[in-house]
Design a protein around this ligand. Structure first.
Ligand code: PLP
Length: 365
């Protein structure tokens, strides 16, 4: 479990690669002989200029992002993007479509009601957010300015395996990829906008990455606060005001690390293997552990499950923590257990958890 001795299954802020943390630790006090820490230096100086430009170019390489898109490093979390998206992509009286597959896309929809006229075109609420619809049943509105969905519902463990296409040609595909960003390849060219809070796969909380097509940023609503205006942020290369320098620096180290690990395809393969082992253990437990999510859309990042004997859940989580597997408690809104197994969770962490689950079951016949 690395030198720190635990496997950390937190949903976010989440575990980061050991090698990244060690490098950051060594550079924290004195960044590359500058006599300053990254968090102590001007965001307009040459050292930080190098950091942010390299972070952007490494991310572009990792996800093959073309020059048709801006890559922005913003603040306010993905939650702020719930407002920024409608403010930038439509007028106050224009329609937008939302697919609601869990709590996060529901929050995005609700926030957008203040800034446009959104429609829920599909909701999984009545089935407790365990499904994603087949795309032909989604009744898109012909005049919708964009189609929004959440690529991976962090709380419910539901993940899109491929992506819907907006029906009307001028509509734009928009995705919240906070919890599966950089976990697998994505064809960015199919999207108008992708946003992601960093604190799951790519860094600490405090920075939100927005990838937005260049031609979409020039028509924000007049009430748009400057900080939420993509054009202002893009024209200033994310440096309109003081950015979250240290968080961007850590993201840069993570992107470098993902490239060193063989790029995004290799990352996807490792993630699929980890998720496969865990779901097999759940499904092979003769009903002792239950994952309610439909098999074809189970998340490779967040694996929620319950124990058929729910009175054992507390003991399960406590005993796992004693075995140094921490932060396994399900989200407060749904309960149960949730194992978040982002990029930085090693295979050995998942194998350890599965061994513990089998042992726990054997001890509670
Ligand atoms: N969207 C998704 C999918 C999330 O998982 C989260 C947070 O966990 C958010 C949005 C909200 O992110 P933030 O807390 O950065 O605003």
């Amino acid at each position: 479990a690395g030198d720190r001795g635990v496997y950390n299954f937190a949903a976010g802020p989440a575990t980061l690669p050991e090698s990244v943390l060690l490098k950051a630790q060594s550079e924290l006090y004195n960044y590359r002989g500058s006599g300053m820490s990254i968090m102590e230096m001007s965001h307009r100086g040459k050292e930080f200029d190098f950091v942010i430009k390299k972070a952007e170019s490494d991310l572009r390489r990792l996800l093959s992002i073309s020059d048709d898109f801006y890559v922005l490093f913003l603040q306010g979390g993905a939650t702020t993007q719930f407002a920024a998206v409608p403010l930038n992509l439509c007028k106050i009286d224009e329609p937008a479509d939302y697919i609601v597959t869990g709590s996060w896309s529901d929050k995005a929809f609700k926030e957008s009601q203040k800034f446009c006229k959104p429609n829920v075109v599909w909701s999984g609420k009545s089935e407790k957010y365990t499904k994603i619809p087949s795309f032909d049943v989604i009744k898109q509105n012909p005049d919708a300015k964009y189609l929004h969905f959440c690529g991976n519902e962090t709380i419910h463990g539901v993940e899109f395996k491929d992506y819907p296409v907006p029906k009307n040609k001028t509509s734009i595909l928009v995705a919240d990829m906070s919890s599966n960003f950089c976990s697998k390849p994505v064809d960015v060219s199919k999207f108008g906008l992708i946003y992601a809070g960093a604190q799951k796969n790519v860094g600490p909380s405090g920075v939100t990455i927005v990838i937005v097509r260049r031609d979409l940023v020039s028509d924000s609503q007049p009430i748009t606060p400057v900080m939420l205006d993509y054009k202002i942020q893009a024209d200033n290369a994310s440096l309109y005001n003081t950015p979250p320098c240290y968080a961007i620096y850590i993201c840069g180290l993570v992107f470098e690390d993902l490239l060193d690990q063989g790029g995004i395809k290799a990352v996807e393969e490792r993630n699929a293997k980890k998720a496969g082992i865990l779901y097999d253990a759940i499904d092979g437990s003769a009903g002792f552990y239950i994952c309610p999510v439909e098999k074809s859309v189970r998340s490779h990042m967040n694996v929620p499950f319950t124990l058929a004997r729910s009175e054992l859940e507390k003991t399960f989580i406590e005993e796992a923590a004693k075995e140094r597997m921490v932060q396994l408690k399900g989200h407060r809104s749904v309960g149960g257990v949730r194992a978040s197994i982002y990029n930085a969770m090693p295979l050995a962490g998942v194998e350890n958890l599965v061994a513990f689950m089998k042992d726990f079951q054997a001890r509670h016949p």
